[in-house]
Design a protein around this ligand. Structure first.
Ligand code: 6PG
Length: 251
């Protein structure tokens, strides 16, 4: 596993750096394999990245060759404030459609929350992922965030999804008293590129334990993310850097 760390002074500059990297990575994937399968992160950190991509949709990329998956989803309707699909639709898909004609928008595959059964939705989405990936079983780019408790996607500490070798599962999260739907570390680690976007001082303790703490992916699930043959990227703002890394990395 190769790891790359990009540190920027502000969250806006992190989003901009990640956008340039993402556009270039998508372009490389299309050039090398004829298409790009991109799994999106939820949460709030990537919102600005998605807005910037919407503006760059007029780049020379052939967006018809880009396929969007969701790395995880909340068990709420797709128009709910908490929906990760809604966040991407508002930040990227709707603006991109209004900017250019329809082909400016990638092929996208939301998690089928409408089936009103987390296990059934997870099973169906696993089928969708397999049909999109075909024989490769490898996602080209996975975007991830990091929670204050060192969770990523919806792989929360001490939850059942951490042990799963399936690709996409329903994961009961006791602290929310609800299910989340999530890609597993097993699927994420087969990706060609995995990129964390982590901003804000509140993330520094979690990042410190993920990078330097005891190895315990059950308590610190982001430690389970180690792409087997892929590249691991960290896009951080200075505030999220652990203090012990600030001299070496924050320049
Ligand atoms: C989600 C995300 C989750 C998120 C982290 C960080 O559905 O919420 O997939 O893993 O990336 O919780 O969230 P913020 O970016 O809002 O800090």
């Amino acid at each position: 596993m190769n790891s790359n760390v990009v540190v920027k002074p502000s969250a806006e500059e992190v989003a901009s750096a990640a956008c340039f990297w993402l556009i270039d990575s998508i372009r490389q994937s299309i050039e090398q394999r004829g298409r790009c399968v991109l799994a999106l992160s939820g949460g709030s950190t990537p919102k600005r990245l998605y807005e910037l991509i919407a503006c760059s949709c007029l780049t020379s990329l052939d967006w018809s060759k880009v396929h969007l998956l969701w790395g995880d989803e909340r068990n709420v309707p797709s128009d709910h404030l908490e929906s990760n699909f809604r966040m991407v639709r508002i930040g990227w898909l709707d603006p991109a459609t209004s900017i250019g004609s329809g082909e400016q928008v990638p092929n996208f595959y939301p998690v089928p929350i409408h089936v009103h059964d987390p296990q059934k939705a997870a099973y169906q989405y696993g089928q969708t992922i397999r049909s999109v990936l075909g024989d490769t079983c490898r996602i080209d780019i996975v975007l991830l965030g990091l929670g204050d408790d060192a969770h990523t996607a919806s792989l929360f500490p001490e939850t059942q999804a951490l042990d799963s070798t399936d690709g996409f599962v329903a994961n009961y999260v006791p602290k929310f008293e609800s299910f989340r739907l999530t890609m597993t570390a097993s699927l994420i680690n087969r990706a060609r590129n995995v990129a964390f976007l982590v901003c804000g001082e509140s993330k520094a303790p979690a990042l410190e334990v993920v990078w330097h703490g005891p190895k315990d992916p059950v308590l610190y699930p982001a430690q389970a993310i180690n792409p087997v043959e892929g590249q691991l990227w960290w896009f951080l703002d200075s505030a999220a850097l652990p203090p012990c890394d600030r001299v070496a990395l924050d320049h």
